[in-house]
Each structure stands twice: as structure tokens, then as C-alpha cells.
Write a protein of this length. Structure first.
Length: 120
């Protein structure tokens, strides 16, 4: 009986946490510290996030992998630097209409913080 109650509680908590996932669908704009502006165009479908992240020149780069877990967001972006392909890792938290992000290269050689806000 105790086991059945424990399983029910775990399932209920999983359901509640998925219902409380942040809403990130839409356009987000902000500034990367020391690296220019950033624009995210996102679409969330459950825990999956797709879309683009525009670089400092305004060129949209595809999100190749994106996930949302409650208020935590994680994106992998296919970009380039001086004509060479690079992968950017974007991680952070969502609080209402604001995201606090850490953006860095996959190898950790470069990174910056950004605050983006939902744009109409």
C-alpha cells in the first residue's frame, strides 16, 4: 500500500512540474555582455524548444537542440565565427518575461552572460 501511494505521489509531482514549465514561445531580445545584441525566436512544444538565435550581425542561427525543464532552459545553437562553424551552448533560467542566460562556446573558450526580455 505504501509503495502504491509513493508511486502515485511521484507521478503527481511529475505531472505538476510539467504543467508549471515556463512559457518561452515568442521573440526575446537583449544584450550579451561585451558582445552585442541577441534575439531569440523560440517555440516550445512540451519540453522541446526549437527556433533561432540571431548573432550580433542579425543573422538567425538554428537551434539544433533545445529543452525546457520547469524554469530551466538549455539550447544548442549552430553558429560560426570568422567563417568557421562553432556550436554555442545557451543555458539559463526563465522568470516571467525575462531570461538570464549564459552563452558559451562548446569548448568553453568563450562565454558571456545575457539578459533577454520577451518582445511583442
Amino acid at each position: 500500500m505504501l509503495r502504491a501511494i509513493s508511486i502515485s505521489v511521484v507521478l503527481l509531482l511529475a505531472l505538476v512540474s510539467s504543467c508549471l514549465a515556463a512559457d518561452v514561445t515568442g521573440k526575446w531580445k537583449g544584450t550579451m555582455e561585451g558582445a552585442g545584441d541577441v534575439v531569440l525566436e523560440l517555440k516550445a512544444d512540451g519540453a522541446s524548444v526549437t527556433g533561432t538565435m540571431s548573432d550580433s550581425e542579425g543573422k538567425p542561427r538554428p537551434i539544433t537542440k533545445g529543452s525546457l525543464d520547469g524554469d530551466k532552459i538549455s539550447l544548442t545553437v549552430a553558429s560560426e565565427w570568422q567563417g568557421n562553424p562553432i556550436t554555442l551552448l545557451v543555458t539559463g533560467t526563465v522568470a516571467g518575461d525575462t531570461m538570464n542566460l549564459k552563452i558559451q562556446t562548446e569548448d568553453g573558450a568563450w562565454g558571456t552572460d545575457a539578459v533577454v526580455k520577451r518582445s511583442s
